[in-house]
Design a protein around this ligand. Structure first.
Ligand code: COA
Length: 157
């Protein structure tokens, strides 16, 4: 498995992985609008397995703070360490340029929804902790749910 920064030709493969995670994790707005937009404006890394894109991570940085916008690993390739490797590549880079805080938003534990249990377990394993929780409403279904902001403070190099 190889992890590298995405190039324009990876876009289709990234969207194929994103679609493989819909609707359980990514809704129609994410697939149709938010992910394609973010791929154009934020940095993306891909995990390639024999030429096939099997995972991706999109992040953005402002001053010394970074946000993970999206991360996804194709269902058949999950729990093999690919998500960890993708995150580690990005975190190494962020540490190298002096970023001190990484945040990511995800569905909070207060909202009972099984698919996101593994997402939270993943972020916790990566060293994130819940910073705050807010109640919000899905643009797509108008359903109310809770979103958690997870924070990881990076040690200064
Ligand atoms: C979150 C995600 C990217 C993790 O990628 P992955 O390649 O499966 O993760 P890894 O194999 O690197 O797992 C690292 C650790 O995360 C935790 N974890 C991952 N999957 C888990 C699962 N199904 N159940 C419990 N813990 C899990 C474990 O602690 C695991 O370490 P271990 O295998 O040594 O126990 C992947 O599950 C995914 O694509 N989820 C759907 C999309 C998503 O939730 N994106 C984020 C939206 S905010």
């Amino acid at each position: 498995m190889n992890i590298r920064e995405a190039i324009e030709d990876d876009r289709q493969g990234v969207m194929r992985v994103a679609k493989s995670l819909s609707p359980r994790w990514f809704d129609n707005i994410a697939i149709g609008t938010s992910i394609p937009r973010d791929l154009s404006v934020h940095r993306t890394h891909v995990a390639k397995e024999g030429g096939r894109t099997v995972g991706f991570i999109v992040h953005t940085t402002v001053d010394d703070k970074a946000d993970i916008k999206w991360i996804g690993v194709e269902p058949g390739f999950q729990r093999k360490g690919i998500g960890s490797e993708l995150y580690a590549v990005v975190e190494d880079e962020l540490r190298g340029v002096g970023v001190g805080e990484v945040r990511v938003e995800t569905v909070a534990e207060l909202t009972e929804y099984e698919p996101y249990e593994r997402t939270r377990a993943f972020y916790e394993k990566m060293g994130f902790h819940v910073e705050k929780v807010k109640r919000t409403r899905s643009e797509e279904t108008s359903e109310e749910f809770y979103m958690a902001t997870y924070l990881k403070v990076l040690p200064r190099m």
